[in-house]
Design a protein around this ligand. Structure first.
Ligand code: NAP
Length: 248
């Protein structure tokens, strides 16, 4: 398949997990790809090398998604390197899980900064480019817990619910300029983010999923491919749950 042939995409936080899965599916579909990482520098560099083997233009950038200045610099640099941006996938995210009783202000604010401010930072920074070209697709990675909440994740759930409100508002504001904005709400996806959970919690999650398994980064990446590509040209302002049937 080459659903993204000739298109240039930016993915934030692609050094591992879901972001890496999206990066792999995008280049296999012909995309030119700019991606970011923050702490996993070696993994980011190794990924750049690996992805280049597919024959499209690929470059990794060290950039902190929670900082507006970094987002602005990134967009300017990608325009210089690639000439164009057609797709932005806001994937970078962290957890700092704990019950509200123990959650510090710092735990709350950092999760909001990395998960939610990052989406604002990138969308704001790429807006002018998309408006000029009268085209663009933005895909924001939210979560099922942003839709339904989760005990022990008040900060994370708030950030992911915020992404949904932001996505719908941007879709309304920019739709007349042919700019689409959608969100994906993954369920339980087996990555390093979920590897920190104990085995009992993991089996409880799996048991509660109608498809009886955790999802893979590729499961999310395929949904992201659809929303990024022209196959979804008439879809905007939507939240696509990729959760094995957890949310109905
Ligand atoms: P992960 O394996 O922990 O990967 C997170 C990625 O985000 C890494 O590449 C990390 O890069 C990057 N990142 C973190 N902070 C960053 C920052 N400030 N600036 C730039 N990049 C940053 O997590 P994952 O499971 O793949 O999750 C990816 C996204 O899916 C997140 O938004 C997460 O909330 C969402 N999600 C995950 C699940 C799940 O079950 N796994 C479910 C629903 C939603 P470095 O390591 O280089 O810092």
């Amino acid at each position: 398949m080459s659903l993204l042939k000739g298109k240039t995409a930016i993915i934030t936080g692609a050094s591992k997990g879901i972001g890496k899965g999206i990066a792999e599916v995008f280049v296999k579909n012909g995309a030119n790809l700019a991606f970011t990482y923050l702490s996993s520098v070696e993994r980011g560099q190794a990924l750049e090398k690996e992805l280049k083997e597919h024959g499209t233009q690929v470059k990794g950038y060290r950039s902190d998604a929670s900082k507006m200045e970094d987002a602005e610099d990134l967009v300017a640099q990608v325009i210089e390197d690639f000439g164009v941006i057609d797709i932005v996938v806001n994937n970078a995210g962290i957890t700092k899980d704990t019950l509200l009783m123990r959650m510090t202000e710092e735990d709350f604010n950092r999760v909001i900064e990395v998960n939610l401010n990052s989406v604002f930072n990138m969308t704001k920074s790429v807006q002018r480019t998309f408006l000029k070209q009268r085209a663009g697709s933005i895909v924001n990675i939210s979560s099922v817990v942003g839709v339904k909440g989760n005990a022990g994740q008040a900060n994370y759930s708030a950030s992911k619910a915020g992404i949904i409100g932001f996505t719908k508002s941007v879709a309304l504001e920019l739709g007349s300029r042919n700019i689409r904005c959608n969100a994906i709400a993954p369920g339980f996806i087996e990555t390093e983010m979920t590897a920190v959970l104990d085995e009992t919690t993991v089996s409880q999650w799996r048991e509660g999923i109608p498809l009886k398994r955790g999802g893979s980064p590729e499961d999310v990446a395929n949904a992201c491919l659809f929303l990024a590509s022209d196959l979804s040209n008439y879809i905007s302002g939507q939240v696509l749950n990729v959760c094995g049937g957890m949310l109905t």
